[in-house]
Design a protein. Sequence first.
Length: 406
Amino acid sequence: MSLIKVCVITSSRSEYGLIRWLMDDLKSSDDFELKVIATGSHFSEKYGLTYQEIESNGFTIDKKIPFNLDKSDQTSVAKATGLLTGDLVDALDILNPDIVMVMGDRYELLSVLTACILKTIPIAHISGGEITEGAIDDQIRHAMTKASHLHYVANEVYGARIVQMGEEQWRVCVSGEPGLDNLYRQPLMSFDELQNDLGMNLLKPTALVTFHPVTLELEDLDWQVKELLMALNQATEEQELQYLITFPNADPSSINIIKKLEEFTYKRSDRKLVKSLGQARYLSALKYLSMMIGNSSSGLTEAPSFSLPVINIGNRQQGRVKGPNVFDVGYTHTEINEGIKHALSWDRTVSCYNPYGNGNSSLKILEHLRHVFSNYNPKQLISKQFINIKEVTEVERRIQNRYDKL
């Protein structure tokens, strides 16, 4: 088998943090040549210039593509995504990969989809088959599934859903969630180290808060944030809860959330707002803090491994498989406060089942890539067959019989 050139395209701090060890294994393997394209919020000062974290981890960014995030309204994001397509085509012309690897459901993937389809470059997609009914992410993720040629999914439910979408079985690998590899390979901070780094007294009950825009509900965003902050204020008064708050993703209207959070944390020693915690601090926070509040997918994927209770707000994660540590609540401050009370009574000494894997995803992905490139030629990889479910096959048979009798 000749060297397989894999181009990883990363566009955000959250998704990079989940695939960092996969990139590391691709880089160190004798079977693969890793190429990296960074774009999206990695080059936004507002979101922490997180491309620097990629480089500090020892990776060479082969192509840096700035992405205009000065405005976060839907029109500006759509225009910037369109411009990104052309830049990606130029980058892929230079790098000439055997396969492009991406993760998740962010809007930048629409540019990847267009560039790769029109250049007939195979796509390997991580985290397909999931459902998030409250966000446009759902449409983007399913579009990536039909555009992609290899699928690396978190569990058997998501794998079965991709097969249901007509994908051939050999293209689907149940690898687990790559972000869980961090749990066993990313050194964590001690309690004292985290406390000193944050400048907070973590002996007090402290919640990690992350709230992203629900992109199919932007008309309600101001009200949703108002209710969230009202709930947090109430929990401070009643339970003396303090907060470590991270910036939202660079989604449409995220700047509106950031402004409210800056006001909420201004000159408060019991509230800290950070652009990006980085993987070591973030996972350490999951280990030592009291609960998570918001609508981040990490509450479903990483938090169960720490038996961390999660107050999951609203519809953003609706449809995803959830562990017993997740308490689903609505958007009102009353519902959120009820969730906080449940979380405070959660017993963290009891281990929690994690439906997203056990932390060996990277090895499974590399093994599957080797198998595919050893057993299928480029034409077989790029030429997809649509596999009908039994019901469709039966309809086809009946129609064909009808025509045969004419």
